[in-house]
Design a protein around this ligand. Structure first.
Ligand SMILES: [Zn+2]
Length: 330
């Protein structure tokens, strides 16, 4: 399933993300040799419609000759079939950012092979580039709070999210052996310049310093829980809609990274048939502690900080409605 090569396919950098299947058969790992052996690992298109990372790579290889690199680079181009369709994933596929914790499926074995190769190469740092569907600030995610991880994230954004669930994410697997981050650079097509600057800064560095979060002036959040809607339930983003099971407020995406006080209206529930599912890191449903149903109103019972709240119905069904976070001090 995985194609491994040591050069960039001819014409790759002239293509659009939805044309990559012209030169790539599927998920592809490309090891490009540079003067310093330990490679920078760059991953993008794990979600086929999240294209900013690929555009940032185009810029990178316009500036740095792939045949004469100061440091080795290993590139992973993920879900090529989904990219061809402009989709996060194809209907019958696994989510390519949920296959990195081992396992026996073809996709999981492919992911394990990538991890094994990169571990053997003593990867310098790992950057996985994503976009999201909701309105969010640019932010970096880490799965460990060691100073070198926080410093790596700080090179992209002063907003840092720490999570350990979903544990099947790529950055989680890499964080076991090198500084690793996932960057979220707004909606598809946004943030190309910022991602390029970030990659270049890491690429040209000779070490990732172990700075303290307080020195870096970071806002750090911890993802506490994942919010899901039962798949059979219908959802809309018009609180006056009477036809859907859940009708969230129109400005739902505006709530991301806002500190919501107790009693904030999130939306309405038109039937008591379904309840919102909020799972903590151990998989326990904690929705009873966080939200309440007052008549048809859905309101917060605790101060909440949402992230990645989305209005994209497909993402809500395939993945989740979003996450809830708490602020942490290091
Ligand atoms: Zn993504």
């Amino acid at each position: 399933m995985l194609e491994v090569r040591t050069d960039l396919p001819k014409g790759l950098l002239d293509l659009e993300p939805n044309e990559l299947s012209k030169v790539l058969k599927g998920p592809t790992l490309i090891h490009l040799k540079g003067k310093i052996d330990e490679p920078l690992f760059l991953s993008t298109l794990l979600h086929g419609n999240e294209t900013s990372g690929f555009y940032a790579l185009k810029k990178l290889f316009k500036k740095y000759d792939p045949n004469n690199l100061p440091r080795s680079i290993s590139l992973f181009l993920g879900n090529i079939p989904a990219a061809s369709e402009g989709l996060r994933k194809l209907e019958d596929q696994e989510d390519y950012n949920r296959i990195w914790a081992g396992g026996d499926s073809k996709a999981e074995k492919m992911a394990t092979s990538v991890v094994d190769q990169m571990k053997a190469k003593k990867t310098y740092a790992s950057i996985d580039i994503h976009n999201n569907t909701g309105k969010n600030p640019f932010y970096a995610c880490v799965n460990r709070l060691l100073p070198e991880f926080v410093t790596l994230g700080s090179y992209f954004s002063k907003t840092l999210v720490y999570f350990i669930e979903p544990h099947e994410a790529l950055s989680m697997a890499f964080s076991k052996f090198c500084p690793s981050t996932t960057v979220e650079c707004g909606k598809p097509g946004e943030g190309i310049e910022e991602v390029f600057d970030f990659i270049e800064k890491v690429y040209l560095s000779t070490e990732i310093p172990r700075k303290k979060a307080s020195e870096l002036d970071m806002k750090i959040y911890h993802t506490l829980a994942r919010v899901m809607i039962p798949v059979e339930a219908t959802v809309s983003f018009d609180q006056d809609d009477k036809d859907c099971d859940f009708c969230f407020i129109k400005d739902f995406e505006e709530l991301n990274f806002e500190e919501l006080s107790i009693g904030t209206l999130l939306g309405k529930r038109n039937s008591k048939k379904y309840e919102i599912i909020i799972l903590d890191e151990t998989g326990v449903d904690i929705s009873d502690h966080l939200i309440s149903y007052e008549g048809d109103k859905i309101v917060s019972m605790q101060p909440l900080i949402p992230s990645m709240f989305t209005k994209d119905l497909k993402v809500i069904k395939q993945d989740c409605l979003g996450y809830l976070m708490e602020k942490i001090e290091l």
